[in-house]
Write a protein that binds this ligand. Structure first.
Ligand code: NAD
Length: 462
Protein backbone atom coordinates (compact mmCIF):
# COMPACT_ATOMS: atom_id res chain seq x y z
CA UNK A 1 0.00 0.00 0.00
CA UNK A 2 1.31 3.41 -1.00
CA UNK A 3 0.29 6.74 0.41
CA UNK A 4 -0.32 9.85 -1.70
CA UNK A 5 -1.42 13.44 -1.34
CA UNK A 6 -3.66 13.02 -4.39
CA UNK A 7 -4.92 10.09 -6.42
CA UNK A 8 -6.59 11.00 -9.69
CA UNK A 9 -8.98 8.41 -11.15
CA UNK A 10 -8.87 8.55 -14.96
CA UNK A 11 -6.12 9.77 -17.28
CA UNK A 12 -8.12 11.65 -19.91
CA UNK A 13 -7.42 15.35 -20.54
CA UNK A 14 -9.06 16.23 -17.21
CA UNK A 15 -7.26 13.58 -15.17
CA UNK A 16 -3.77 13.69 -16.63
CA UNK A 17 -3.67 17.50 -16.55
CA UNK A 18 -4.88 17.49 -12.93
CA UNK A 19 -2.18 14.92 -12.05
CA UNK A 20 0.60 16.93 -13.72
CA UNK A 21 -0.47 20.19 -12.06
CA UNK A 22 -0.74 18.46 -8.64
CA UNK A 23 2.80 17.11 -9.07
CA UNK A 24 4.11 20.49 -10.23
CA UNK A 25 2.63 22.05 -7.12
CA UNK A 26 4.59 19.63 -4.93
CA UNK A 27 1.87 17.06 -4.16
CA UNK A 28 2.74 13.36 -4.20
CA UNK A 29 0.47 12.15 -6.97
CA UNK A 30 -0.76 8.95 -8.62
CA UNK A 31 -3.18 8.46 -11.48
CA UNK A 32 -5.33 5.35 -11.95
CA UNK A 33 -5.97 4.20 -15.51
CA UNK A 34 -7.42 0.87 -16.64
CA UNK A 35 -6.83 1.26 -20.40
CA UNK A 36 -3.56 -0.03 -21.77
CA UNK A 37 -2.55 3.50 -22.70
CA UNK A 38 -2.97 6.88 -21.01
CA UNK A 39 -5.02 9.76 -22.44
CA UNK A 40 -8.61 8.56 -22.01
CA UNK A 41 -11.31 8.80 -24.65
CA UNK A 42 -9.85 11.96 -26.20
CA UNK A 43 -6.45 10.53 -27.11
CA UNK A 44 -7.43 6.91 -27.71
CA UNK A 45 -10.85 6.96 -29.37
CA UNK A 46 -11.95 10.58 -29.64
CA UNK A 47 -10.48 13.99 -30.45
CA UNK A 48 -7.03 12.91 -31.64
CA UNK A 49 -7.84 9.92 -33.92
CA UNK A 50 -10.79 11.77 -35.45
CA UNK A 51 -8.52 14.74 -36.21
CA UNK A 52 -6.05 12.40 -37.95
CA UNK A 53 -8.83 11.08 -40.21
CA UNK A 54 -10.17 14.61 -40.78
CA UNK A 55 -6.67 15.72 -41.80
CA UNK A 56 -6.07 12.80 -44.17
CA UNK A 57 -9.48 13.04 -45.81
CA UNK A 58 -9.12 16.82 -46.19
CA UNK A 59 -5.84 16.31 -48.06
CA UNK A 60 -7.72 14.01 -50.43
CA UNK A 61 -10.43 16.62 -50.87
CA UNK A 62 -7.81 19.26 -51.70
CA UNK A 63 -6.13 16.95 -54.23
CA UNK A 64 -9.44 16.14 -55.90
CA UNK A 65 -10.90 19.64 -55.95
CA UNK A 66 -8.17 22.27 -55.83
CA UNK A 67 -4.81 20.89 -56.96
CA UNK A 68 -5.49 21.15 -60.71
CA UNK A 69 -6.68 24.76 -60.29
CA UNK A 70 -3.27 25.62 -58.86
CA UNK A 71 -1.44 23.91 -61.69
CA UNK A 72 -0.73 20.75 -59.72
CA UNK A 73 -1.61 18.15 -62.31
CA UNK A 74 -1.72 14.37 -62.04
CA UNK A 75 -3.99 11.60 -60.87
CA UNK A 76 -5.69 12.22 -57.53
CA UNK A 77 -4.49 9.85 -54.79
CA UNK A 78 -6.59 6.76 -54.12
CA UNK A 79 -7.56 5.72 -50.59
CA UNK A 80 -5.57 2.97 -48.87
CA UNK A 81 -7.93 2.65 -45.89
CA UNK A 82 -5.70 0.23 -44.00
CA UNK A 83 -2.77 2.63 -44.22
CA UNK A 84 -4.98 5.54 -43.17
CA UNK A 85 -5.96 3.60 -40.04
CA UNK A 86 -2.30 2.77 -39.40
CA UNK A 87 -1.42 6.47 -39.64
CA UNK A 88 -4.28 7.25 -37.21
CA UNK A 89 -3.03 4.58 -34.78
CA UNK A 90 0.52 5.94 -34.98
CA UNK A 91 -0.76 9.40 -34.11
CA UNK A 92 -2.60 7.92 -31.10
CA UNK A 93 0.57 6.07 -30.03
CA UNK A 94 2.75 9.18 -30.19
CA UNK A 95 0.28 11.12 -28.07
CA UNK A 96 -0.41 8.48 -25.44
CA UNK A 97 3.34 7.81 -25.05
CA UNK A 98 3.79 11.55 -24.65
CA UNK A 99 1.57 11.48 -21.55
CA UNK A 100 3.51 8.50 -20.18
CA UNK A 101 6.70 10.52 -20.60
CA UNK A 102 5.15 13.51 -18.82
CA UNK A 103 4.06 11.25 -15.94
CA UNK A 104 7.63 9.96 -15.54
CA UNK A 105 9.06 13.46 -15.80
CA UNK A 106 6.72 14.70 -13.06
CA UNK A 107 7.18 11.56 -10.91
CA UNK A 108 3.51 10.59 -11.11
CA UNK A 109 2.80 6.92 -10.42
CA UNK A 110 0.52 5.26 -12.97
CA UNK A 111 -1.63 2.79 -11.00
CA UNK A 112 -2.64 0.35 -13.73
CA UNK A 113 -6.17 -1.02 -13.46
CA UNK A 114 -9.69 0.18 -12.77
CA UNK A 115 -10.03 2.14 -9.57
CA UNK A 116 -12.77 2.24 -6.96
CA UNK A 117 -13.20 4.13 -3.71
CA UNK A 118 -13.95 1.72 -0.83
CA UNK A 119 -14.00 4.65 1.60
CA UNK A 120 -12.97 8.32 1.63
CA UNK A 121 -9.16 8.49 1.66
CA UNK A 122 -8.71 5.10 -0.05
CA UNK A 123 -8.51 3.96 -3.66
CA UNK A 124 -8.54 0.27 -4.59
CA UNK A 125 -6.86 -0.84 -7.81
CA UNK A 126 -6.86 -4.60 -8.43
CA UNK A 127 -5.68 -6.28 -5.22
CA UNK A 128 -4.02 -3.14 -3.86
CA UNK A 129 -5.52 -0.38 -1.78
CA UNK A 130 -3.76 2.99 -1.69
CA UNK A 131 -4.19 5.91 0.67
CA UNK A 132 -4.85 9.43 -0.54
CA UNK A 133 -5.48 12.66 1.35
CA UNK A 134 -7.59 13.75 -1.61
CA UNK A 135 -9.13 11.94 -4.57
CA UNK A 136 -10.04 13.54 -7.90
CA UNK A 137 -12.56 11.61 -9.99
CA UNK A 138 -11.98 12.26 -13.68
CA UNK A 139 -13.70 9.19 -15.06
CA UNK A 140 -15.14 10.94 -18.14
CA UNK A 141 -18.08 9.86 -20.24
CA UNK A 142 -19.21 6.94 -22.32
CA UNK A 143 -21.14 6.46 -25.55
CA UNK A 144 -24.87 6.27 -25.21
CA UNK A 145 -27.71 5.39 -27.53
CA UNK A 146 -31.41 6.10 -27.92
CA UNK A 147 -34.36 3.75 -27.34
CA UNK A 148 -34.73 1.19 -30.14
CA UNK A 149 -31.12 1.51 -31.24
CA UNK A 150 -28.53 -0.99 -30.07
CA UNK A 151 -24.87 -0.25 -30.74
CA UNK A 152 -22.96 -3.38 -31.81
CA UNK A 153 -19.81 -1.47 -32.96
CA UNK A 154 -19.93 -3.42 -36.25
CA UNK A 155 -22.94 -2.23 -38.27
CA UNK A 156 -24.44 0.16 -35.72
CA UNK A 157 -21.45 2.03 -34.36
CA UNK A 158 -20.60 4.79 -31.92
CA UNK A 159 -17.73 7.19 -32.62
CA UNK A 160 -15.39 4.47 -31.29
CA UNK A 161 -16.45 1.92 -33.92
CA UNK A 162 -16.57 4.60 -36.62
CA UNK A 163 -12.82 5.15 -36.15
CA UNK A 164 -11.98 1.59 -37.12
CA UNK A 165 -14.46 0.38 -39.72
CA UNK A 166 -13.35 -2.57 -41.85
CA UNK A 167 -13.82 -0.50 -44.99
CA UNK A 168 -15.19 2.82 -46.16
CA UNK A 169 -18.97 2.23 -46.27
CA UNK A 170 -20.92 2.89 -49.46
CA UNK A 171 -23.86 4.27 -47.49
CA UNK A 172 -23.41 5.78 -44.05
CA UNK A 173 -26.37 6.96 -42.00
CA UNK A 174 -25.62 9.27 -39.09
CA UNK A 175 -28.12 9.73 -36.26
CA UNK A 176 -27.56 13.15 -34.67
CA UNK A 177 -26.25 16.30 -36.39
CA UNK A 178 -24.04 17.28 -33.45
CA UNK A 179 -20.27 17.56 -33.34
CA UNK A 180 -19.43 13.86 -33.67
CA UNK A 181 -21.98 13.22 -36.41
CA UNK A 182 -20.78 16.09 -38.56
CA UNK A 183 -17.04 15.55 -38.02
CA UNK A 184 -17.13 11.84 -38.79
CA UNK A 185 -19.84 12.30 -41.42
CA UNK A 186 -17.45 14.72 -43.18
CA UNK A 187 -14.60 12.23 -43.06
CA UNK A 188 -16.61 9.52 -44.79
CA UNK A 189 -18.24 11.90 -47.28
CA UNK A 190 -14.75 12.97 -48.39
CA UNK A 191 -13.68 9.33 -48.66
CA UNK A 192 -16.60 8.61 -51.00
CA UNK A 193 -19.48 7.42 -48.76
CA UNK A 194 -23.03 8.60 -49.37
CA UNK A 195 -23.76 10.23 -46.03
CA UNK A 196 -27.30 10.81 -44.77
CA UNK A 197 -27.66 12.65 -41.45
CA UNK A 198 -30.89 12.31 -39.44
CA UNK A 199 -31.45 14.95 -36.75
CA UNK A 200 -34.27 15.21 -34.24
CA UNK A 201 -34.31 19.03 -34.10
CA UNK A 202 -34.81 21.41 -37.02
CA UNK A 203 -31.20 22.60 -37.38
CA UNK A 204 -27.76 21.03 -37.41
CA UNK A 205 -25.61 21.70 -34.29
CA UNK A 206 -28.73 23.10 -32.58
CA UNK A 207 -26.92 24.90 -29.75
CA UNK A 208 -24.88 27.06 -32.12
CA UNK A 209 -25.66 30.62 -33.25
CA UNK A 210 -28.51 30.06 -35.74
CA UNK A 211 -26.92 32.06 -38.56
CA UNK A 212 -23.76 29.98 -38.30
CA UNK A 213 -25.56 26.64 -38.16
CA UNK A 214 -27.58 27.58 -41.26
CA UNK A 215 -24.41 28.49 -43.20
CA UNK A 216 -22.73 25.35 -41.85
CA UNK A 217 -25.50 23.08 -43.11
CA UNK A 218 -25.39 24.74 -46.55
CA UNK A 219 -21.61 24.22 -46.85
CA UNK A 220 -21.82 20.61 -45.70
CA UNK A 221 -24.57 19.99 -48.24
CA UNK A 222 -22.27 21.33 -50.93
CA UNK A 223 -19.76 18.70 -49.81
CA UNK A 224 -22.31 15.96 -50.39
CA UNK A 225 -23.82 15.37 -46.93
CA UNK A 226 -27.61 14.96 -47.01
CA UNK A 227 -29.82 16.01 -44.11
CA UNK A 228 -33.20 14.90 -42.79
CA UNK A 229 -34.10 17.32 -40.01
CA UNK A 230 -36.98 17.19 -37.55
CA UNK A 231 -36.89 13.40 -37.61
CA UNK A 232 -37.29 11.12 -34.61
CA UNK A 233 -35.54 7.78 -35.06
CA UNK A 234 -37.83 4.94 -33.92
CA UNK A 235 -35.58 1.93 -34.35
CA UNK A 236 -32.62 0.47 -36.19
CA UNK A 237 -32.75 -3.14 -37.40
CA UNK A 238 -29.35 -4.55 -38.24
CA UNK A 239 -28.26 -7.70 -40.06
CA UNK A 240 -24.64 -8.82 -40.42
CA UNK A 241 -24.12 -6.53 -43.42
CA UNK A 242 -26.76 -3.82 -43.40
CA UNK A 243 -29.16 -1.79 -41.31
CA UNK A 244 -32.60 -0.29 -41.73
CA UNK A 245 -33.51 2.89 -39.87
CA UNK A 246 -37.14 3.72 -39.20
CA UNK A 247 -37.88 7.35 -38.35
CA UNK A 248 -40.90 9.64 -38.05
CA UNK A 249 -40.95 13.19 -39.36
CA UNK A 250 -42.07 15.35 -36.45
CA UNK A 251 -44.02 17.81 -38.63
CA UNK A 252 -46.61 15.25 -39.85
CA UNK A 253 -45.81 12.04 -37.95
CA UNK A 254 -45.21 10.22 -41.26
CA UNK A 255 -43.02 7.12 -41.01
CA UNK A 256 -40.02 6.54 -43.31
CA UNK A 257 -37.18 4.09 -43.61
CA UNK A 258 -33.58 4.40 -44.71
CA UNK A 259 -31.12 1.63 -45.61
CA UNK A 260 -27.43 1.96 -44.82
CA UNK A 261 -24.29 -0.18 -44.67
CA UNK A 262 -23.21 1.47 -41.45
CA UNK A 263 -25.19 3.54 -38.93
CA UNK A 264 -23.28 5.98 -36.72
CA UNK A 265 -25.11 6.83 -33.51
CA UNK A 266 -24.01 10.31 -32.41
CA UNK A 267 -26.77 11.47 -30.09
CA UNK A 268 -24.65 12.53 -27.13
CA UNK A 269 -22.59 10.91 -24.37
CA UNK A 270 -23.34 10.07 -20.74
CA UNK A 271 -21.20 10.52 -17.61
CA UNK A 272 -19.18 7.40 -16.79
CA UNK A 273 -18.98 6.53 -13.09
CA UNK A 274 -19.54 2.75 -13.15
CA UNK A 275 -17.69 0.68 -10.59
CA UNK A 276 -16.35 3.60 -8.55
CA UNK A 277 -18.55 2.73 -5.57
CA UNK A 278 -20.08 6.21 -5.38
CA UNK A 279 -23.48 4.91 -4.29
CA UNK A 280 -22.11 3.20 -1.20
CA UNK A 281 -20.06 6.30 -0.37
CA UNK A 282 -23.17 8.47 -0.55
CA UNK A 283 -21.73 10.79 -3.24
CA UNK A 284 -24.56 13.01 -4.48
CA UNK A 285 -25.46 12.62 -8.14
CA UNK A 286 -27.72 14.66 -10.44
CA UNK A 287 -30.71 13.15 -12.23
CA UNK A 288 -28.58 13.02 -15.38
CA UNK A 289 -26.00 10.80 -13.67
CA UNK A 290 -23.43 13.57 -13.14
CA UNK A 291 -21.44 13.84 -9.92
CA UNK A 292 -22.57 16.94 -8.05
CA UNK A 293 -19.80 19.35 -7.03
CA UNK A 294 -19.49 22.80 -5.51
CA UNK A 295 -17.61 25.69 -7.17
CA UNK A 296 -14.31 24.14 -6.07
CA UNK A 297 -15.10 20.73 -7.59
CA UNK A 298 -15.65 19.19 -4.14
CA UNK A 299 -18.35 16.53 -3.83
CA UNK A 300 -20.44 16.24 -0.67
CA UNK A 301 -17.94 13.64 0.66
CA UNK A 302 -14.87 15.23 2.25
CA UNK A 303 -11.67 14.66 0.29
CA UNK A 304 -13.43 13.55 -2.91
CA UNK A 305 -13.45 15.91 -5.89
CA UNK A 306 -14.70 15.48 -9.46
CA UNK A 307 -13.94 17.20 -12.78
CA UNK A 308 -14.61 16.90 -16.52
CA UNK A 309 -17.33 15.00 -18.39
CA UNK A 310 -18.59 13.23 -15.24
CA UNK A 311 -19.76 16.55 -13.74
CA UNK A 312 -22.03 19.33 -15.05
CA UNK A 313 -21.12 21.48 -18.08
CA UNK A 314 -20.06 20.97 -21.68
CA UNK A 315 -18.37 17.63 -22.40
CA UNK A 316 -15.22 19.17 -23.83
CA UNK A 317 -11.61 18.09 -23.30
CA UNK A 318 -10.41 21.65 -22.71
CA UNK A 319 -13.15 22.33 -20.14
CA UNK A 320 -11.95 19.20 -18.30
CA UNK A 321 -8.31 20.33 -18.55
CA UNK A 322 -9.12 23.73 -17.07
CA UNK A 323 -11.03 22.11 -14.23
CA UNK A 324 -8.13 19.69 -13.70
CA UNK A 325 -5.62 22.52 -13.30
CA UNK A 326 -7.92 24.62 -11.13
CA UNK A 327 -8.85 21.67 -8.88
CA UNK A 328 -5.14 20.86 -8.40
CA UNK A 329 -4.55 24.46 -7.36
CA UNK A 330 -7.39 24.26 -4.83
CA UNK A 331 -5.85 21.09 -3.36
CA UNK A 332 -2.48 22.83 -3.14
CA UNK A 333 -4.05 25.67 -1.15
CA UNK A 334 -4.18 28.11 -4.06
CA UNK A 335 -7.12 29.80 -5.78
CA UNK A 336 -8.17 27.64 -8.72
CA UNK A 337 -10.76 29.24 -10.98
CA UNK A 338 -12.48 28.44 -14.30
CA UNK A 339 -14.29 31.13 -16.26
CA UNK A 340 -17.19 29.11 -17.66
CA UNK A 341 -18.33 32.12 -19.70
CA UNK A 342 -15.26 31.91 -21.92
CA UNK A 343 -15.01 28.27 -23.00
CA UNK A 344 -14.63 27.99 -26.76
CA UNK A 345 -16.21 25.20 -28.75
CA UNK A 346 -14.94 24.01 -32.11
CA UNK A 347 -16.15 21.67 -34.83
CA UNK A 348 -13.16 20.43 -36.83
CA UNK A 349 -14.86 20.08 -40.19
CA UNK A 350 -13.80 22.07 -43.23
CA UNK A 351 -14.49 24.89 -42.85
CA UNK A 352 -14.10 24.78 -39.10
CA UNK A 353 -16.76 26.26 -36.87
CA UNK A 354 -15.88 27.91 -33.58
CA UNK A 355 -17.72 29.90 -30.98
CA UNK A 356 -17.27 31.49 -27.59
CA UNK A 357 -19.63 33.38 -25.31
CA UNK A 358 -23.26 33.97 -26.07
CA UNK A 359 -25.19 33.42 -29.30
CA UNK A 360 -27.40 36.09 -30.88
CA UNK A 361 -30.47 34.03 -29.88
CA UNK A 362 -29.36 33.97 -26.24
CA UNK A 363 -28.78 37.74 -26.19
CA UNK A 364 -32.23 38.33 -27.69
CA UNK A 365 -33.83 36.03 -25.15
CA UNK A 366 -32.05 37.82 -22.28
CA UNK A 367 -33.14 41.22 -23.61
CA UNK A 368 -29.54 42.44 -24.01
CA UNK A 369 -29.02 45.49 -26.22
CA UNK A 370 -26.31 44.28 -28.59
CA UNK A 371 -24.72 45.04 -31.94
CA UNK A 372 -23.33 42.70 -34.58
CA UNK A 373 -20.07 43.05 -36.52
CA UNK A 374 -19.79 40.60 -39.40
CA UNK A 375 -17.11 40.01 -41.98
CA UNK A 376 -17.06 37.47 -44.78
CA UNK A 377 -13.89 35.54 -45.62
CA UNK A 378 -14.63 36.57 -49.24
CA UNK A 379 -13.00 39.87 -48.30
CA UNK A 380 -9.86 38.18 -46.94
CA UNK A 381 -7.03 37.88 -49.46
CA UNK A 382 -5.34 34.93 -47.79
CA UNK A 383 -8.58 32.95 -47.66
CA UNK A 384 -9.23 33.59 -51.34
CA UNK A 385 -5.71 32.43 -52.27
CA UNK A 386 -6.23 29.22 -50.30
CA UNK A 387 -9.71 28.31 -51.64
CA UNK A 388 -11.02 28.95 -48.14
CA UNK A 389 -13.25 32.00 -48.60
CA UNK A 390 -16.48 30.28 -47.46
CA UNK A 391 -17.75 31.56 -44.13
CA UNK A 392 -17.62 34.61 -41.90
CA UNK A 393 -16.68 36.03 -38.52
CA UNK A 394 -19.49 37.39 -36.37
CA UNK A 395 -18.78 39.38 -33.22
CA UNK A 396 -21.54 40.32 -30.79
CA UNK A 397 -20.86 43.31 -28.56
CA UNK A 398 -22.82 45.26 -25.98
CA UNK A 399 -24.46 48.20 -27.73
CA UNK A 400 -23.51 50.83 -25.20
CA UNK A 401 -20.24 49.60 -23.68
CA UNK A 402 -18.90 47.84 -26.84
CA UNK A 403 -17.76 44.95 -24.61
CA UNK A 404 -17.50 41.67 -26.54
CA UNK A 405 -20.26 39.25 -25.50
CA UNK A 406 -19.73 36.43 -27.98
CA UNK A 407 -18.11 35.46 -31.25
CA UNK A 408 -18.98 32.88 -33.88
CA UNK A 409 -16.72 31.93 -36.75
CA UNK A 410 -17.24 29.62 -39.67
CA UNK A 411 -14.24 29.56 -41.91
CA UNK A 412 -10.58 28.55 -42.28
CA UNK A 413 -8.76 27.87 -38.99
CA UNK A 414 -11.80 29.09 -37.05
CA UNK A 415 -10.74 26.87 -34.14
CA UNK A 416 -7.49 28.81 -33.82
CA UNK A 417 -8.86 32.25 -34.68
CA UNK A 418 -11.42 32.08 -31.87
CA UNK A 419 -8.71 32.30 -29.23
CA UNK A 420 -7.79 35.93 -29.75
CA UNK A 421 -11.42 36.67 -28.98
CA UNK A 422 -11.26 34.40 -25.91
CA UNK A 423 -8.25 36.36 -24.63
CA UNK A 424 -10.03 39.62 -25.39
CA UNK A 425 -13.11 38.45 -23.47
CA UNK A 426 -10.98 37.31 -20.51
CA UNK A 427 -9.63 40.86 -20.32
CA UNK A 428 -13.12 42.35 -20.68
CA UNK A 429 -12.11 43.95 -23.99
CA UNK A 430 -14.34 45.99 -26.27
CA UNK A 431 -14.70 45.31 -29.98
CA UNK A 432 -12.74 48.52 -30.52
CA UNK A 433 -9.79 47.07 -28.56
CA UNK A 434 -9.61 44.26 -31.11
CA UNK A 435 -10.15 46.63 -34.01
CA UNK A 436 -7.27 48.87 -32.86
CA UNK A 437 -4.88 45.92 -32.59
CA UNK A 438 -2.58 45.62 -35.62
CA UNK A 439 -3.09 42.25 -37.37
CA UNK A 440 -0.47 40.92 -39.77
CA UNK A 441 -1.29 40.90 -43.46
CA UNK A 442 -2.12 38.58 -45.12
CA UNK A 443 -3.61 36.34 -42.41
CA UNK A 444 -7.03 34.83 -41.73
CA UNK A 445 -6.99 36.73 -38.45
CA UNK A 446 -7.57 39.97 -40.34
CA UNK A 447 -11.16 38.77 -40.76
CA UNK A 448 -11.53 38.86 -36.96
CA UNK A 449 -10.24 42.43 -36.88
CA UNK A 450 -12.58 43.39 -39.73
CA UNK A 451 -15.57 41.94 -37.83
CA UNK A 452 -14.48 44.02 -34.82
CA UNK A 453 -14.23 47.08 -37.08
CA UNK A 454 -17.75 46.27 -38.32
CA UNK A 455 -18.96 46.72 -34.72
CA UNK A 456 -17.81 50.35 -35.02
CA UNK A 457 -17.39 52.58 -38.08
CA UNK A 458 -17.26 49.69 -40.53
CA UNK A 459 -14.97 47.04 -41.98
CA UNK A 460 -12.50 48.16 -44.64
CA UNK A 461 -12.76 45.28 -47.12
CA UNK A 462 -16.53 44.75 -47.01
P1 NAD B 1 -24.09 16.42 -29.39
O1 NAD B 1 -24.82 16.74 -28.17
O2 NAD B 1 -23.09 17.40 -29.95
O3 NAD B 1 -25.14 16.16 -30.58
C1 NAD B 1 -26.13 15.19 -30.50
C2 NAD B 1 -27.18 15.50 -31.55
O4 NAD B 1 -28.07 14.40 -31.64
C3 NAD B 1 -28.01 16.73 -31.23
O5 NAD B 1 -28.06 17.57 -32.36
C4 NAD B 1 -29.38 16.13 -30.88
O6 NAD B 1 -30.45 17.00 -31.19
C5 NAD B 1 -29.39 14.88 -31.75
N1 NAD B 1 -30.30 13.83 -31.29
C6 NAD B 1 -30.53 13.44 -30.02
N2 NAD B 1 -31.43 12.44 -30.00
C7 NAD B 1 -31.76 12.18 -31.30
C8 NAD B 1 -32.65 11.26 -31.94
N3 NAD B 1 -33.40 10.40 -31.22
N4 NAD B 1 -32.74 11.25 -33.29
C9 NAD B 1 -32.01 12.14 -34.02
N5 NAD B 1 -31.16 13.03 -33.47
C10 NAD B 1 -31.03 13.06 -32.12
O7 NAD B 1 -23.43 14.97 -29.13
P2 NAD B 1 -22.31 14.16 -29.93
O8 NAD B 1 -22.06 14.74 -31.27
O9 NAD B 1 -22.71 12.74 -29.80
O10 NAD B 1 -21.03 14.41 -29.04
C11 NAD B 1 -20.99 13.96 -27.67
C12 NAD B 1 -20.19 14.90 -26.81
O11 NAD B 1 -18.84 14.90 -27.19
C13 NAD B 1 -20.70 16.32 -26.93
O12 NAD B 1 -20.78 16.88 -25.66
C14 NAD B 1 -19.66 17.00 -27.75
O13 NAD B 1 -19.51 18.37 -27.41
C15 NAD B 1 -18.40 16.21 -27.44
N6 NAD B 1 -17.52 16.25 -28.60
C16 NAD B 1 -16.88 17.41 -28.89
C17 NAD B 1 -16.09 17.49 -30.00
C18 NAD B 1 -15.41 18.78 -30.33
O14 NAD B 1 -15.34 19.64 -29.46
N7 NAD B 1 -14.92 18.99 -31.54
C19 NAD B 1 -15.94 16.41 -30.85
C20 NAD B 1 -16.62 15.24 -30.53
C21 NAD B 1 -17.40 15.18 -29.40
Amino acid sequence: MASYDVIVIGSGPGGYVAAIRCAQLGLKTACVEGRETLGGTCLNVGCIPSKALLHASHQLHEAEHNFAKMGLKGKSPSVDWKQMLTYKDEVIGQNTKGIEFLFKKNKIDWLKGWGSIPEAGKVAVGDDTHEAKNIIIASGSDVTSIPGVEIDEKIVVSSTGALELGKVPKKLAVIGAGVIGLELGSVYARLGSEVQVIEFLDTVTPTMDAEVSKAFQRLLKKQGLEFTLGAAVQKVEATKTKAKITYKLRKDDSEHTLDADIVLVATGRKPYTDGLGLDALGVEMSERGQIKTDEHWATNVKGIYAIGDCIDGPMLAHKAEDEGMACAEVLAGKHGHVNYGVIPSVVYTHPEVASVGRTEEELKKDGVDYKVGKFSFMGNGRAKANFAADGFVKILADKSSDRILGAHIIGPMAGDLIHEICVAMEFGASAEDLALTCHAHPTYSEAVREAALACGDGAIHA
